[in-house]
Ligand binder design. Structure first.
Ligand code: ADE
Ligand code: ZN
Length: 337
C-alpha cells in the first residue's frame, strides 16, 4: 500500500457498524477499574493480561472477554469505557458508530440495566459524534433469558435502536431466538445477528429468513453457498466484516487469506469494522490498513467501503445522504467519484 492510499483510507469519513463496547476495554482501563471497584483479577499485571490475548478460536476469546468485563460495576465505568472508544473512533475519522452492548454479561452479575444503558448512552450523547446503540442477546444463554432481558430494557427503549445476537455461534443457530426477534421487530427495533463467522452459511440464511435481520455481522462464510451469495448481493444486505478479528480468531490463517476482496467482487455490500478492538490489535484504521496492506485493494475499494459503511447504517435518509455526500466530496479530490 503506498503512502498516499494509506493517508486516504485513514482520513476518509467512515461509519463503524460492528463494535462490541465491552471489546473496547483496554487492559490499562481493566486494571484501573478493577482497582477503583476492588475487583480481583486473575492476572498480576497489564502485560500479563495482554500476553493472554492469544486465541485459538471464538470461545477462547470469549472466555477472556467476559472475564475482562467483570470490572464494570457502576454507571461511570460504562461511561468511561464508551468515552474512551468514541475518542479513538473520532481520531480514525469515524463519523457514525452503531455500538453493540451485552447487557446479560452485566445484569447476571447484579449490575442494574439502568446503569449499563445510561452510562453507555450518556457517553454517546457527550461525544460529539453520531452514535447509536444495539442491544445484543448472548446466544449461549436461553431464549427465555433473552426475552427477560428485552423486557428489562424496555424502560430504556428510546436509548437503543436495535437488537443483535452474539457470543458462541456454533450450536446456537439463529432460529433459537425466533420469538425474541419477532417481539423486537414488533417494537420497531432494527435487527442484526452474527452469522457465518464460525458457523455455516445455513446460519446466515436462517438469520435472514427466520429472524428477518437487516444486516449480517461477519458473514464471511457466505461464499461457501453460491445461491445465498447471489441473493444477499442482489438484495444488498450488508455484511459487517471485521478483518483483524478474523485473523486473531483463526477464521483465516493470515490477512493474505482474508476474503474481503472476494466478497466485494461478488457484489456483496461488505463493510470494514473492528469488532473487539482492544483484543484484536486495533481500531478502525488499523483494520483498514491491515486489509489494504495484505490484499490488492485500491482507491476504488476505499471509496466503495466508505460508501457501504454509511449506506448500511440505520441512520435516517437525510443523515445518511449527508454522510454519503461527504464521502463523495472527499473522494472527488482523488478523481474517484
Ligand atoms: N462478542 C464479542 N465479539 C464477538 C464475536 N466476534 N463473535 C461473537 N460474539 C462476540
Ligand atoms: Zn462481533
Amino acid at each position: 500500500m503506498n503512502t498516499q492510499l494509506r493517508h486516504i483510507v485513514q482520513n476518509m469519513p467512515k461509519a463503524e457498524l460492528h463494535i462490541h463496547i465491552e471489546g473496547s476495554l483496554e487492559p490499562e482501563l481493566i486494571f484501573a477499574l478493577a482497582e477503583r471497584n476492588g475487583v480481583k483479577l486473575a492476572y498480576p499485571s497489564v502485560d500479563a493480561l495482554r500476553a493472554a490475548y492469544a486465541f485459538k478460536d471464538l470461545q477462547s476469546f470469549l472466555d477472556i472477554y467476559y472475564a475482562g468485563a467483570s470490572v464494570l460495576l457502576k454507571e461511570q465505568d460504562f461511561y468511561d469505557m464508551t468515552a474512551a472508544y468514541l475518542a479513538r473512533a473520532k481520531a480514525d475519522h469515524v463519523r457514525h458508530a452503531e455500538i453493540f452492548f451485552d447487557p446479560q454479561t452485566h445484569t447476571s452479575r447484579g449490575v442494574p440495566m439502568a446503569d449499563v444503558v445510561n452510562g453507555i448512552h450518556r457517553a454517546c450523547a457527550d461525544s460529539g459524534i453520531s452514535a447509536s446503540l444495539i442491544l445484543c442477546f448472548l446466544r449461549h444463554l436461553s431464549e427465555e433469558d433473552a426475552l427477560a432481558t428485552l423486557d428489562a430494557a424496555l424502560p430504556f427503549r428510546g436509548k437503543f435502536i436495535g437488537v443483535g445476537l452474539d457470543s458462541s455461534e456454533v450450536g446456537h443457530p439463529p432460529e433459537k431466538f425466533a420469538r425474541v426477534f419477532e417481539k423486537a421487530r414488533g417494537l420497531g427495533l432494527h435487527l442484526v445477528a452474527h452469522a457465518g463467522e464460525e458457523g455455516p452459511p445455513a446460519y446466515i440464511q436462517s438469520a435472514l429468513d427466520v429472524l428477518k435481520v437487516e444486516r449480517i455481522d461477519h458473514g464471511v462464510r457466505i461464499l461457501e453457498d453460491q445461491a445465498l451469495t447471489k441473493r444477499v448481493a442482489e438484495q444488498q444486505i450488508a455484511l459487517t466484516v471485521c478483518p483483524l478479528s478474523n485473523i486473531k480468531l483463526r477464521v483465516f490463517d493470515t490477512m493474505h487469506d482474508h476474503n474481503l476482496l472476494k466478497l466485494l467482487d461478488a457484489g456483496l455490500a461488505a463493510t470494514v469494522n473492528s469488532d473487539d478492538p482492544a483484543y484484536f490489535g486495533g481500531y478502525m484504521n488499523d483494520n483498514f490498513v491491515a486489509a489494504f496492506e495484505a490484499l490488492p485493494l485500491g482507491l476504488q475499494h476505499a471509496y466503495q467501503l466508505a460508501r457501504n459503511s454509511f449506506a448500511a447504517s440505520f441512520l435516517d435518509a437525510p443523515a445518511k445522504q449527508q454522510f454519503l455526500d461527504e464521502v463523495d466530496a472527499y473522494f472527488t479530490a482523488f478523481n474517484v467519484v
